[in-house]
Design a protein around this ligand. Structure first.
Ligand SMILES: [Zn+2]
Length: 74
């Protein structure tokens, strides 16, 4: 018998793919609930963008949405 440990290998165990949102490594295993994204944040952000974009269409009232403290409008 060999004395080598047959535990979890540290190298190349989990296949990864580029995250559609940030391009980072996203685990492609059932261990990753955020597939195909790398994290919960990316999944939520991407979904949020999609919903926001869809929501904007048909709402060309020109009025500001809630919150006027953002200074992104120069
Ligand atoms: Zn990501």
């Amino acid at each position: 018998m060999s004395a080598e440990h047959q535990g979890r290998s540290k190298t190349g165990a989990v296949p990864t793919a580029p995250c559609p949102h940030c391009g980072g490594a996203a685990e492609r295993s059932t261990d990753n609930p955020w597939r195909p994204f790398c994290s919960r944040r990316c999944k939520l952000i991407d979904l949020g963008d999609w919903l926001a974009e869809k929501h904007v269409i048909g709402d060309e009232d020109g009025s500001h949405p809630s919150g006027g403290q953002d200074d992104w409008q120069h």
